[in-house]
Design a protein around this ligand. Structure first.
Ligand SMILES: [Zn+2]
Length: 425
């Protein structure tokens, strides 16, 4: 009996537009940005006058009336572009501090600038997907760089188009049913680290691709080149593009590794025990900050949590300050040592004399949190098999997806949803 659940998820892939299509995409992005700024100006006007701010719906009606007189060029783009931009604006106000959802964003929404980025736009109707292409209203069929990645049979909630470093991406949000295939027995403890990004209690090691670390020399060079270019010059813009492309690659390498880890774990394990880390607190330690940011523990946990829902596994978070690295995991021993230096890579128990890799030791302790005392199978002094290096994750540049094309290992940008909805973080 496998239960079915309904989830919302997004698939993101790259476009291959013709130059005519690229112009149309740029025009849509421009219109969305313009509508956002136009709406923002009106809302701020209301606010200054002390009356309630106009909503996205009334602003859109107002805009429609001006279509034939003041802004005839709005007819050239899909009506969704300005409409969805105004909706985003409503959401931006709701997310300010004290807003409806009470998220901590300081200050009011700001005007979008063309200088900052080309931006994005969203289409909510009139789209269709085929294995190799997608149709957008007013633009037509656009080729996709990947075949068979976007789902062709699902109901599309929305399609978001965005640009980064001269490349165009489409993100498709769909709602569908998935079968939850959880087995109740496979419990795993997961220790997070910097060099070894993930060590599990069954001694699988996922290395950290250390994307930022590897790109640092090239980034330093590119940043220096940028700093030497005259402000406002064409060469400066080109140098800025080079820096942006390097950062994009860093982000891609990191995301790829994280998705592979979280997919593997949630697919093969039913209970995953993790530490309760507070990434933003940890970043205050300046000696570790860069490596920690490069490891992206927060994103790892976010992915584990939403993928756990898809695959029917459960995430257990160890209490803060649980001494996972200082405890002996052997059955019936449970000795806690006072302190273990970060440089000490092996845990040796003073009571029973067992000794194993520090990260594995921590993972075993985390696993023990979720199993009954009789299932703590490690006998005192038991040796463990050497670590298994997870395939494909060790070397970032050559990594290949081990699971084919379906599944959750792809970059995925969920749309904002009501709180508590499944599958987004
Ligand atoms: Zn012991």
């Amino acid at each position: 009996m496998m239960p079915m659940i309904t989830i919302t998820r997004a698939y993101r892939t790259e476009f291959d537009p013709t130059s005519v299509q690229r112009d149309a995409l740029l025009r849509h992005c421009g219109t969305a940005r313009w509508a956002y700024n136009w709406g923002l100006a009106r809302k701020l006007e209301d606010r200054r006058a002390g009356r309630p701010m106009r909503s996205a719906i009334s602003l859109h009606k107002e805009l429609n009336k001006l279509k034939d007189t003041t802004f005839p060029w709005l007819r050239e783009v899909s009506k969704c572009a300005p409409q969805e931009a105004l909706r985003n604006l409503d959401r931006a106000f709701a997310n300010t501090r004290g807003g409806k959802r009470g998220r901590k964003v300081w200050g009011l929404p700001r005007f979008k600038s063309r200088k900052r980025c080309i931006g994005s736009f969203r289409i909510s109707a009139g789209t269709r997907v085929e294995p190799r292409r997608i149709r957008l209203p007013r633009i037509g069929w656009i080729r996709l760089k990947e075949r068979d990645y976007l789902p062709t049979d699902s109901h599309l909630l929305s399609v978001t188009i965005s640009e980064r470093c001269g490349r165009w991406f489409v993100s498709v949000a769909v709602r569908g049913n998935v079968t939850v295939e959880g087995e109740p027995t496979r419990v795993v403890g997961v220790d997070l680290g910097i060099r070894k990004l993930v060590t599990t209690s069954d001694n699988t090691v996922f290395n950290n691709p250390r994307a930022l670390d590897k790109a640092r020399a090239r980034l330093r060079h590119a940043q220096r080149q940028l700093a030497r270019k005259r402000r406002g010059s064409r060469n400066r813009a080109k140098a800025a593009q080079r820096v942006a492309r390097l950062y994009m690659r860093v982000a891609n390498v990191r995301r790829d590794a994280l998705h592979k880890i979280t997919t593997t774990l949630t697919r093969t394990k039913s209970v995953i025990v993790i530490e309760d880390l507070h990434p933003s607190d940890m970043l205050r330690n300046h000696r570790l900050a860069r490596s920690l940011a490069d490891a992206a523990f927060g994103e790892l946990r976010r992915q584990l949590e939403y993928k756990a829902v898809w695959h029917g596994s459960r995430i257990v978070v160890a209490p803060s300050f649980y001494p996972s690295s200082k405890r002996c995991p052997c059955a019936g021993c449970d000795t806690v040592v006072r302190q273990i230096a970060l440089s000490t890579r092996t845990f040796t128990c003073p009571a029973c004399g067992c000794s194993r890799d520090r990260d594995l030791n921590a993972a075993l302790n985390l696993r023990n949190l979720a199993v009954s005392s009789t299932d703590k199978t490690i006998a005192c002094g038991e040796s463990v098999s050497p670590p298994i290096e997870a395939a494909g994750v060790a070397e970032a540049g050559t990594a290949r997806a081990p699971f084919g094309r379906v599944g959750g290992e792809r970059p995925f940008k969920p749309l904002a949803q009501p709180r508590g909805a499944a599958a987004t973080g």
